[in-house]
Write a protein that binds this ligand. Structure first.
Ligand SMILES: Cc1ncc(COP(=O)(O)O)c(C=O)c1O
Length: 365
């Protein structure tokens, strides 16, 4: 199988990776330069791997302009483990305030409830998770340990354009599905995290960016591998890290820096791709219906529906035959969803838009 056999893959995650990254990994798969073996076969304590993990961290710091008083950690357990680690490390007997804007923040809230005293300060279920809250709708408790948001709800396709102002309260943000999609001001956050398998690399590693003062909250009673402070002290190598996934993060971040030219450029590219797709929906005279309210539309995940479930299925099947794959909506909500992460080429979106116009033409009653 070769490059020509690849489909345009709209999966929400694990998701499409940049072609130059896959090629570089392929080139180095048998033997990493100077290591005499592949990255999967060398010690994580070796000089060769040290250069990889340090390189990945340096690239992340450059891309996001991470201030010196933040640590960058590489963890395992996916974003879901962060739902537990965040309250375990940061609550310290205090309450915490959660903004529930969709399926993933709801899940984070229910996991945190297993750990401590957390409250929901806003719940978008009354609006079918079609929008994020406005600043006026949010009131945080000043004595809370932190405020929690999800930057981009992957299932509902809604994204913050502006993050809430929490004043002194550390803002914790799940950015799993829009990390690296646009520049962000890391200083706004106490902790910003993302699983890799959408915009950062393959599944198996989670990136956590945490402000140094918050590390001091981790109690010694927390088991080591769940303890941010101990992991930070061990430079993310308390035990064997996911070496291959971290290597891929290094390649993806190199691609973002060298080929794309940074997150400002990436954002422009992403905005243009998203605009093309939303235009295909909006110009269909109601044949395609998007989920999110317009001003909260995600530039990463675009859920939409056709006039019937039967047509949803037909669309998916025909799209697959046209080389456009993984367009099914999340199993919890159905419908369709096109995830257009950083690595989805513009041509893939253009092809999808063309297919949509054609399909609507043929199937309009
Ligand atoms: C916003 C968001 N948070 C959390 C998760 C859970 O990630 P993981 O499967 O790495 O635990 C996902 C997965 O799709 C997600 O989209």
């Amino acid at each position: 199988m070769s490059e020509a056999d690849r489909f345009y893959n709209f999966s929400a995650g694990p998701a499409v990776l940049p072609l130059p990254v896959l090629k570089k990994a392929q080139e180095e798969l048998l033997c990493l330069t100077g290591a005499g073996a592949s990255v999967m076969e060398i010690s994580h304590r070796s000089k060769s791997f040290e250069l990889i993990i340090e390189g990945a961290e340096t690239n992340i710091r450059t891309l996001l302009n991470v201030p010196d008083n933040y640590h960058v950690l590489f963890l395992q357990g996916g974003a879901l483990l962060q739902f537990a680690m965040i309250p375990m490390n940061l609550l310290n007997g205090k309450p915490a305030n959660y903004v529930i804007s969709g399926t993933w923040s709801k899940k984070a809230f229910s996991e945190a409830k297993l750990v401590g005293n957390v409250q929901s300060v806003w719940d978008g279920s009354n609006f079918s998770y079609k929008r994020k809250p406005s600043a006026g709708e949010l009131k945080f408790e000043t004595d809370a340990a932190y405020a929690y948001v999800c930057s981009n709800e992957t299932i509902e396709g809604i994204q913050y354009q502006e993050y809430p102002n929490t004043n002194e309260l550390p803002l914790i943000c799940d950015s799993s599905s829009d990390f690296f999609s646009r520049p962000v001001d890391v200083e706004k956050f106490g902790l910003l995290y993302a699983c890799a398998q959408k915009n950062i690399g393959p599944a198996g590693v989670t990136v956590v960016i945490i402000r140094d003062d918050l590390l001091e909250r981790s109690s010694n009673k927390i088991p080591s591998l769940l303890n941010y402070k101990k992991i930070a002290d061990a430079k993310s190598m308390l035990n064997t890290p996911p070496c291959f996934a971290i290597y891929m993060v290094k390649l993806v971040t190199e691609w973002l820096l060298r080929d794309i030219g940074g997150l400002g450029n990436m954002y422009e590219i992403n905005q243009e791709k998203a605009a093309l797709l939303y235009e295909a929906i909006d110009s269909s005279n109601g044949f395609y219906k998007g989920h999110a309210d317009k001003e909260f539309r995600s530039i990463m995940n675009v859920p939409f529906r056709l006039p019937s479930e039967e047509l949803d299925k037909k669309f998916q099947n025909e799209a697959m035959r046209a080389g456009l794959t993984s367009l099914g909506g999340h199993r919890s909500v159905g419908g369709l969803r096109a995830s257009i992460y950083n690595a989805m080429p513009r041509e893939g979106v253009v092809k999808l838009c063309g297919f949509m116009a054609d399909f609507a033409q043929k199937n309009k009653s």
